[in-house]
Design a protein around this ligand. Structure first.
Ligand code: FE2
Ligand code: FE2
Length: 189
């Protein structure tokens, strides 16, 4: 189960495009976790162990930055815009923020159980079931969450936010990743 991360299509001058690129990585690493869930009751091959390690690392380190991009940089600026189209996009944001909170303990559980497995210890039957259930629940939640953001939130934000706001969001995203947003071409790690 090799992990491939596709070429990033956007840079910090297009923050909403960049956020959608992050969704593609979330989907890819969820797919890795779903694949691992199917074999978590057996000895992990070296390749599967590397894939699991990469997925755990992604959800531990990068995914929280994505949530912060949305909750600290994007959504507050959307809330300041009064147009009706933006108001209806904003009506969906509360549910999205709740999803972020709801997912956190599931991610923690997957991290805890995945670390045990990577240490070479096997999981109990209960732990295997918990790992599989947590992965299934996350995959189901993210399917709709990402659809709403990609189809009903980001396009409205890209259209209605002033240039200065879009630029500020891109700069804040870069700072979150310790990258200097040196204009077009600068991309997140
Ligand atoms: Fe989100
Ligand atoms: Fe998102």
């Amino acid at each position: 189960m090799p992990v491939h991360i596709g070429a990033k299509a956007h840079d910090f001058s297009d923050p909403m495009g960049l956020l959608s690129d992050c969704h593609r990585r979330i989907e890819m690493f969820l797919g890795v976790l779903q694949g691992i869930a199917g074999v978590i009751d057996r000895p992990l091959s070296e390749e599967n162990a590397k894939a699991l390690d990469s997925a755990l690392q992604y959800f531990r380190q990068a995914a929280p930055k994505h949530n912060a991009d949305e909750e600290e940089s994007l959504f507050p600026r959307m809330r300041r815009i009064r147009q009706p189209e933006m108001r209806s996009a904003i009506a969906k944001v509360e549910g999205l923020e709740k999803d972020h909170r709801w997912a956190a303990p599931l991610h923690e559980e997957i991290e805890r159980l995945g670390r045990i497995r990577l240490s070479g210890s096997s999981l109990t039957g209960t732990e295997i079931a918990m790992f599989r259930e947590a992965v299934d629940e996350l995959a189901e939640m993210y399917r709709e969450h990402i659809r709403v953001e990609d189809e009903a939130v980001f396009p409205v934000a890209a259209r209605l936010l002033p240039d200065a706001d879009r630029k500020a969001i891109g700069e804040e995203m870069a700072v979150r990743r310790n990258i200097r947003p040196t204009g077009a071409g600068a991309k997140p790690a």
